[in-house]
Design a protein around this ligand. Sequence first.
Ligand code: MN
Length: 428
Amino acid sequence: MRIDHTHEPDCRSWVPDATGHKTFPLQNLPMGVLDEGGGRIVVAIGDYVLDVQAALDLGYLSALDHAAQTALRSSRLNGWMQLDAPARLQVRHALFELLKQESPAQRHQLQILRERNDSLMRLPADIGDYTDFYCGIHHAVKAGSLFRPDNPLLPNYKHLPIAYHGRSSSIVPSGQPVCRPRGQVERENGPELQLSERMDFELELGVWVGPGTSQGTSVSLEQAENHIAGYSLFNDWSARDIQAWEYRPLGPFQGKNFASTLSPWVITADALAPFRRSAMQRAKDDPPLLDYLKSSQDQAHGGLDIHLDVHVSTALMRTQNLEACTISNSHAQHLYWTPAQMLTQHTVGGCNLRSGDLMATGTISTPDDSGNGSLLELTKGGSTPITLSSGEQRTFLEDGDEVIFTAYCARDDLYSIGFGECRARVVE
Ligand code: MN
């Protein structure tokens, strides 16, 4: 997690308007895949994308070794994720050289740059497996207290990052509509099969697994960061009425498996180096960590300094040309466990990971009501509606509602970078 010349606040790019861009300046360089010809790796820079294959064809990035060049010519980012951390850093350095001011690549602008249109992006990687954690402690407390007022956190919560294994094949790219699921819902006279009436979002970060691990081996906390390639925004759509009836004793099933939405850009671990922070301070009466989850380095720098916001746009708001309204301002500092602890926990029993596997953090909420990461919390279990900028009220999502997550990192002494959007509309 080193800071180097690619994080200098005053470095400049030859790409028009990229220097000082609030979301995708030269210091960010997020990776994604354009949905064209089966998939084409691109890098966001300002309001443009760099077509990496076109740059390679012109002889740029030739200082990279063969494995890295092959990975960048692929139709998915799995190969790039598989590179070890030093090799991924070399890719960042090479891209930075190509896009910085006075690079000879500028004269090939027409061949290697395209206008950025995030609606043309596909999922960045083939996701082999997906695991959803539950690391947002304020969400765990608030959601838990709706079900167990006296005992919101179960006894395991502060001993290990807990998770369930989700379904990777129903993860869809940002922009694709999400169908309201049908499922069994508990009713006074017995369960009925119906469309969910309590459709919700969950504000989460996706954590991309870099180099994989073999079955029977585990990753120490000291090594875990090397196995994380980057981060995206993740919406773990949740049908609360279906979930409430089915979840005991085995956990989420139909209430979650119909769809999850992922933002198109992978913000690399290297881009986030200046935006790391201490892990959440454990309270004095919290239980001691077992040694394999404890490291002073991880406690000092393993946290993430990422602002996370939720916006909603309804069908009525769009007909009235109203902007989406912001309903939540949260922050990744509210994760009780670090991404490194999640990855270490995932492998401690010998479970293998593959490059392009996705871990999600769990819903990230603030302790107060300013940054609730789900409607379940915003509306106190559906009992207190919220009022939107159009005057409409919501307890849960209605058809036509569009949920948009955005995120950014900012330091007064440096610059800001953004994550782009995780956006999807609920349809019947
Ligand atoms: Mn979740």
